[in-house]
Design a protein around this ligand. Structure first.
Ligand SMILES: *[C@@H]1O[C@H](CO)[C@@H](O)[C@H](O)[C@H]1NC(C)=O
Ligand SMILES: *[C@@H]1O[C@H](CO)[C@@H](O)[C@H](O)[C@H]1NC(C)=O
Ligand SMILES: *[C@@H]1O[C@H](CO)[C@@H](O)[C@H](O)[C@H]1NC(C)=O
Ligand SMILES: *[C@@H]1O[C@H](CO)[C@@H](O)[C@H](O)[C@H]1NC(C)=O
Ligand SMILES: *[C@@H]1O[C@H](CO)[C@@H](O)[C@H](O)[C@H]1NC(C)=O
Ligand SMILES: *[C@@H]1O[C@H](CO)[C@@H](O)[C@H](O)[C@H]1NC(C)=O
Ligand SMILES: *[C@@H]1O[C@H](CO)[C@@H](O)[C@H](O)[C@H]1NC(C)=O
Length: 453
């Protein structure tokens, strides 16, 4: 994922805050609030309009974030029962699946393992939620499994004893970096496929990828999850930044393995450790915070979605490891209440109500994050994600994917995010910074101008 953004574009705007109404103990109130926030999310998307490209967002949002957005909208449907975004979700997933592997032709050159895995996890969510399969297309879980198969081939034991590189192609900046997000998303994908199908190939890889992350020190003895390290240094130079999304993906993976193995301590121990660390680190004062950048006003476009993705993973965790609800739910609740107070038509990144950059508004990542914590309040009242055995992928099919312009989409004018390239991306060139993927924070912050975090 990517990349470089002008912080200035977020910095200066201040706006009046009225808040949205939320009674966290009343499910109708939660649904109304979630509905308002979800419509705020889709305002950032026009890929379903005639002439636009399904699944793509406009600048400054890169390809991966579309996958994260649709995954969030699938969770929205599961939690609220409101299916109004299912059509655009189906359309987007099917358009961006490319040759059934989420490496669509005109994104291929710049795709990282983390970008591709984000879309694969959205497909996995579609399977677990029972999103109807469109006739003539593969089942959702088959798309997720295809990405799994490809990623196993990229597992690289030449350096660091294993792990996934951040980038796929050696010509991309970041190929020499192995990171937690790529390995962690692969771990989660493996664990969810394992739980969904019962196939031991997936649980073996879940085990292998987790074990590597722990033994390489990407996850330390206190259960902190660090950004990554260089293959060229045999992963001895671990960058200690802690993106909340990295911890979230390992927690979800561990929770799914915990469930699959019927509470085996092999998975309960890491689940407890990671969760404990995360709930103390990323919820100061009970409010979800992207600690590495939020308080200092240095979160870039990608980073603004991370705490929502963490919350997304925590909600899934409650469903497959219900005992964790006692620890997680109060944090979701206090975060949701704080977010509702400061969101209006748009949401700021920071929900603490203190001043500074954090009260500026609004962007898709912050909006997704607010939606997620609010919709998460419904988690206790919905049925768990399906598996193959209990009727998921029940071959429910539909012949009319959407009412949007998928079939005749053409290249829109002004959508430059679709094909950014290292040499032509405006902001990056202007700042003298190469494009970097989502998991790159460490490199970005470490090697460029953002020091002193
Ligand atoms: C199975 O299919 C039915 C009817 O098409 C649908 O209503 C239901 O939600 C599906 N269940 C799952 C778990 O996919
Ligand atoms: C690289 O690190 C691994 C441990 O992660 C170690 O087993 C291996 O010997 C190291 N290789 C080199 C060339 O130092
Ligand atoms: C299990 O998954 C692997 C990897 O996708 C596949 O090659 C294998 O055929 C599957 N096994 C069964 C029994 O479905
Ligand atoms: C949770 O983390 C805190 C602080 O690191 C530690 O003191 C405590 O023992 C941990 N609890 C569990 C259950 O791991
Ligand atoms: C596994 O998940 C199901 C819901 O899918 C839940 O009912 C069950 O209690 C979970 N197992 C454990 C050991 O928590
Ligand atoms: C695109 O999706 C949005 C959100 O669901 C909807 O309001 C709008 O009508 C759709 N546009 C088209 C052309 O289908
Ligand atoms: C990408 O490829 C698809 C289909 O191959 C095409 O319809 C679309 O216009 C292309 N352009 C962009 C910017 O995605």
């Amino acid at each position: 994922m990517v990349r470089v953004t002008t912080l200035a574009s977020f910095a200066a705007l201040s706006f009046s805050v009225y808040g949205i109404e939320l009674n966290a103990d009343n499910s109708d109130s939660v649904k109304t609030a979630a509905s308002a926030l979800a419509s705020g999310v889709v305002k950032y998307y026009n890929g379903n309009e005639t002439g636009e490209i399904p699944g793509l967002l406009s600048m400054p949002y890169y390809w991966w974030e579309g996958g994260a957005m649709f995954d969030t909208l699938i969770q929205y449907w599961r939690l609220t029962g409101d299916a109004q975004y299912n059509a655009i979700t189906t359309q987007a997933l099917l358009f961006q699946k490319g040759e059934d592997d989420f490496m669509p032709m005109n994104q291929t050159a710049t795709i990282g393992n983390d970008d591709q895995a984000t879309w694969a996890l959205a497909a996995m969510s579609a399977a677990e939620a029972g999103l109807p399969v469109v006739e003539g297309n593969p089942k959702w879980e088959s798309l997720a499994a295809a990405v799994f198969d490809i990623m196993t081939l990229r597992w690289d034991e030449q350096t660091c004893n294993g792990g996934l590189r951040w980038q796929i192609f050696s010509f991309n900046n970041g190929y020499d970096y192995k990171n937690s997000i790529s390995t962690g998303l692969f771990f989660q994908l493996s664990a969810r496929l394992a739980r969904y199908t019962g196939n031991s190939t997936y649980s073996d890889w879940a085990d292998k990828s987790y074990t590597w992350a722990k033994s390489s020190g990407f996850i330390d003895e206190k259960w902190s999850v660090f950004d990554g390290a260089h293959a060229t240094k045999n992963c001895t130079d671990i960058n200690k930044l802690q993106p909340s999304y990295d911890a979230g993906t390992f927690i979800s993976g561990a929770a799914h393995m915990y469930n699959l193995t019927k509470a085996d301590s092999k998975w309960k121990v890491p689940l407890d450790g990671l969760l404990n660390n995360t709930l103390t680190t990323f919820f100061p004062g009970g409010i979800a915070t992207e600690v590495m950048c939020e308080e200092s006003g240095r979160c870039n476009t990608d980073m603004r979605a991370f705490k929502g993705l963490l919350a997304h993973n925590l909600i899934d965790t409650i469903q497959v490891a219900p005992y964790t609800a006692d620890a997680i739910f109060p944090k979701l609740k206090s975060s949701a209440e704080a977010a509702a107070k400061v969101c209006d038509d748009e949401c700021p990144l920071s929900w603490t109500g203190t001043g500074g950059e954090e009260t500026s508004s609004g962007d898709l990542g912050s909006q997704l994050s607010a939606l997620t914590v609010v919709q998460g309040l419904l988690v206790k009242s919905v049925s768990p994600p399906a598996t193959q055995a209990n009727g998921g992928g029940n071959a429910s099919t539909t012949t009319s994917p959407t009412s949007g312009g998928a079939a005749n989409a053409a290249v829109p004018s002004g959508t430059t995010s679709a094909t950014p390239s290292p040499t032509t991306t405006g902001n990056a060139a202007a700042n003298g910074i190469q494009r970097l993927g989502m998991g790159s924070l460490g490199m970005l912050l470490g090697s460029v101008a953002w020091v002193a975090l």
